[in-house]
Design a protein around this ligand. Structure first.
Ligand code: ZN
Length: 501
């Protein structure tokens, strides 16, 4: 037992407790709080955020971390404690590198930027947002330069923030494979627009029945209702306080039942990760999924690789038909399977299908690279955006609302975040391929037996939380590091068969 670590623990516990309070408030704001609550509540949030920051970033913690990082002290630490010290050192270094007055000025800028972006989006007026975006880019690049290592590219600093170990070299390789293998496939699928019937999915599906079915689905894939709840919000999301309190949300639309169905499978995938974190680390700084990309791999593995497969629906489709006889009586399992996999190029990322989705991300990645490595002015970005949509997806936005203004990420200063979404799908495909080599995956799905799948993911991914990073988890589980080839062949095989190409 390390005495120094014992001294660090009260600081961690306080930081954690404040984080729980902030998470609860944020969850409440998105689900149950009345519309006018936010202005007053945000004052409490501001105060608690300050306390949260000070609980970790202070001289005591700085000294303890320095001493705990010496070789001598490391020998007294467990594997998990070492991972916690490593993670805190990184956070501490990043935060301490930015002068407090610049950090504060940036926070004020971001607070103003969000409504400016929102109004620009509503009015299709990119010009009114461009100067603010320019300013956010200026700050983001400056902050990245403070954390830049020798020989490190500026955009790589941003990327490392979201996915440790995934730099431009890896991502360029990933996206160039996607481009050469899948752009032609997307164009071929677009030509067969009417090959798959989807009309039956736009009839009215009673919302109460949708809710019942979604609850069943969550439980079916392994969501533990004694340690989690489902609420409703405008956009579905998952949040967690610890492994005994994981909350997912869903959103219901009468004439789009597939939205709530695949959202609940997606969010349950996130939730299984959080409910599966080991008891020993759940309330520590490594008590969550290791990264955004790995998290997204779990949700997409359940949503797409399993949830949009024929074996997944084989034992449960009749249940959905019984709930909605009027809408689905004459629709076969095969027709349903094809409809929920229908693909077609579109303009909006969040509405994109499994095949075209990664291109929405590739476009954002290429533009972020231009911003960080190429000094392109904000005013020129919409034209580049539109040209890339035309080239990769064969569609061109007629307004910036449907184009460059659609996502809030850049208004929040989140550069380097987008690639994790595509990485998530690619990691999911690698895991899916691996699972098929170690278990009779399709047979389990056809039997409605999803327990062994969850148990395997828990054993090799979930329980570790943030103690291992994505590359370490992949290597230890599959024997090789991240490899996008599985994703390319998964999508190629699936869509070639679906569209009879
Ligand atoms: Zn997700």
């Amino acid at each position: 037992m390390s005495e120094l670590y014992e001294m660090l623990k009260p600081h961690l516990d306080k930081t954690y407790a404040l984080n729980v309070a902030l998470t609860m408030l944020s969850f409440d704001n998105s689900t149950a709080a009345p519309k006018n609550a936010i202005e007053n509540t945000s004052k409490a949030i501001g105060l608690l955020s300050g306390e949260h920051y000070n609980a970790l970033i202070n001289e005591d913690v700085k000294r303890l971390l320095k001493e705990l990082s010496t070789e001598q002290e490391q020998a007294f630490l467990s594997f998990e404690e070492k991972a916690i010290v490593k993670k805190l050192n990184k956070e501490f270094k990043q935060t301490a590198a930015i002068p407090p007055e610049e950090f504060q000025a940036f926070q004020i800028l971001l607070a103003k930027a969000y409504p400016i972006w929102e109004s620009a989006k509503n009015k299709n007026d990119y010009a009114s947002f461009a100067p603010t975006l320019e300013e956010i880019i200026r700050y983001s690049k400056k902050f990245a330069s403070y954390n830049q290592e020798e020989d490190q590219k500026l955009y790589d600093v941003q990327l490392d923030d979201y996915e440790e170990g995934f730099n431009m070299e890896i991502l360029d390789g990933f996206f160039s494979k996607l481009r050469s293998a899948l752009v032609p496939l997307v164009h071929k699928v677009n030509e067969k627009e009417n090959a798959i019937q989807t009309e039956f999915l736009s009839q009215d599906y009673e919302i109460d029945k949708q809710k019942n079915f979604c609850r069943f689905l969550a439980e079916y894939i392994g969501f533990d209702f004694n340690r989690g709840v489902i609420a409703e919000s405008e956009h579905p999301f998952t949040t967690e306080l610890h492994n005994h309190d994981v909350r997912i949300t869903n959103h219901f639309q009468k004439s789009q039942p597939d939205f709530s169905i695949f959202s609940v499978i997606h969010e349950s995938g996130h939730a299984l990760y959080e409910q599966g974190i080991d008891d020993a680390i759940t309330m520590t700084p490594i008590g969550q999924g290791t990264s955004m990309g790995m998290h997204e791999s779990q949700s997409r593995f359940y949503e797409n690789n399993l949830g949009r497969s024929l074996p997944f629906w084989t034992p449960i489709y009749s249940r959905l038909q019984e709930l909605f006889p009027k809408q689905l009586e004459t629709v076969s399992l095969e027709q349903f399977y094809r409809a929920v996999n229908h693909a077609h190029s579109s303009l909006i990322r969040t509405e994109a299908d499994e095949l075209t989705y990664p291109f929405h991300i590739m476009i954002r990645y290429e533009i972020e690279k231009l911003i960080f490595e190429g000094n392109i002015p904000a005013s020129e970005l919409p034209a580049i955006w539109n040209q890339k949509y035309q080239e990769y997806l064969g569609v061109c936005p007629t307004t910036d609302t449907e184009g460059i203004l659609q996502d809030m990420h850049w208004a929040l200063g989140s550069f380097g975040y987008f690639p994790s979404y595509a990485l998530g799908s690619a990691i999911a495909a690698q895991i899916y391929h691996h699972l098929k080599t170690v278990m009779p995956l399709d047979t389990y799905l056809e039997e409605g037996n999803l327990k062994p799948i969850q148990a395997y993911l828990n054993e090799h991914i979930h329980r570790f939380g943030g103690a291992k990073n994505t590359q370490e988890l992949l290597k230890d589980m599959t024997g090789e590091p991240f490899n996008p080839d599985y994703y390319i062949s998964y999508l190629t095989d699936k869509y070639t068969a679906l569209y009879d190409l």
